[in-house]
Design a protein around this ligand. Structure first.
Ligand code: TRP
Length: 363
């Protein structure tokens, strides 16, 4: 069976380092591996509207930001289809049919939905559209017959719910849908990159993000004020590496080559950690190293972004072409689904024949 990728992000803000190590970097590697027959990368504006219904302008403005972030990390529009979710009505139609295969209590038990309801104070009144977004996400994935969904760890319950819907659909209506696999980062530090303040997650609302589009000056300010070990006061004090955000970021980003290039007194991260634990290594030195490592990663991304920023109409053209290609594939799947569900009346010559025979007999 051919391998197909579908993945995406909500356009509610610019993408940050958490998105990068959690998923974007991997997508580019997968794209360039040549192992995938088709790659679909979706800007999930319809999903973003499920909890931003009163703020369509925010979603509209961020479509171009996310598109620029994709292109700047190295998503190549020749190899990958970047498209806009709301422009594919087939996804809405699939969602409507999948709704019959999911119970309210199953949605209530979805851990991502649960925590998002809390975060958004939706407890007393949950918008129905928001509540159902895991079903719509299953439509996104299955419409493209995706085998592989590279996403961050927080999306795991969504993919599990999608797999259940696929199994249910196939058992009721016959094998029309493909059950996808999730692809998580293999580096533990990349699974959930903490914010610069040491909080569990990088998130726009907490103001603890380093954005892919940040200038070198912005990155410097953020790295130099990052959370470390609060008990490491004097340089000579022994320091703690666990839960120390600067070291978590080094776990996620640094390589032995970075040490050779920027901090040749140490061979690798283990040596640096040992010194920090013993005492005698100051935070500023470690932060400066991290700054070099991050800027090295971000420089080519910034350069590509500047190129694309010079021709915004072309970026919209890329989205338009990607959307047209996605539309055709989703329509094809919708046709299969409707045939499996026996709601393809006008295409079914056999049905019309059988019905006519039935009535000719009763004359
Ligand atoms: N839920 C994802 C996010 O919050 C976006 C998304 C929508 C998605 N549909 C998807 C991701 C399908 C992977 C597959 O970023």
């Amino acid at each position: 069976m051919s391998k197909i990728i579908l993945t995406g992000d909500r356009p509610t803000g610019r993408l940050h380092l958490g998105h990068y190590v959690g998923s974007l970097k991997r997508r580019v590697e997968l794209q360039n591996s040549g192992e995938f027959e088709k790659i679909f990368i979706m800007i999930a504006d319809a999903q973003a509207l499920t909890d931003n219904a009163d703020n369509p302008e925010k979603v509209r403005q961020n479509i171009i930001e996310v598109a620029l972030d994709y292109l700047s990390v190295g998503i190549d529009p020749v190899k990958s289809n970047i498209f806009i979710q709301s422009q594919i009505p087939q996804l809405t139609e699939l969602t409507f049919y999948y709704m019959n295969l999911v119970t309210v209590s199953r949605l209530q038990r979805n851990p991502t939905v649960k925590s998002e309801i809390q975060m958004r104070n939706f407890e007393a009144s949950i918008p129905v559209g928001f509540f159902c977004y895991p079903i719509s996400q299953a439509a996104d994935i299955t419409a493209f017959k995706a085998t592989t969904v590279p996403v961050g760890e927080d999306q795991e319950p969504m993919i599990e719910q999608c797999r259940e819907i696929v199994r249910k659909f196939n058992s009721v209506y016959g094998e029309a849908l493909v059950e996808p696999e999730i692809l998580l980062p293999d580096n533990k530090a990349c699974l959930r990159l903490p914010g610069t303040d040491g909080k569990a997650k990088m998130s726009k609302s907490l103001g603890n993000c380093i954005y892919l589009s940040d200038t070198p000056e912005e990155v410097k300010k953020k790295v130099m004020s990052m959370y470390t070990d609060p008990n490491h006061i004097q340089v000579s004090d022994p320091g703690q590496v666990e839960g120390n955000t600067v070291f978590t970021y080094l776990d996620a980003f640094s390589s032995d080559e970075d040490f050779a290039e920027f901090l040749p007194d140490y061979k690798n991260l283990d040596e640096l950690k040992d010194h920090y634990r013993r005492g005698g290594l100051g935070d500023v030195k470690v932060k400066k190293f991290l700054l070099n490592v991050i800027n090295k990663e971000l420089e080519p991304i910034r350069a590509r972004r500047h190129e694309y920023e010079k021709d915004i109409p072309e970026v919209y053209n890329i989205l338009k072409r990607g959307t047209e290609a996605a539309y055709a594939v989703a329509q094809d799947t919708l046709n299969n689904v409707k045939a499996a569900m026996k709601i393809d009346y006008f295409n079914d010559a056999e049905l019309i024949k059988v019905q006519s025979e039935k009535y000719s007999r009763t004359e």
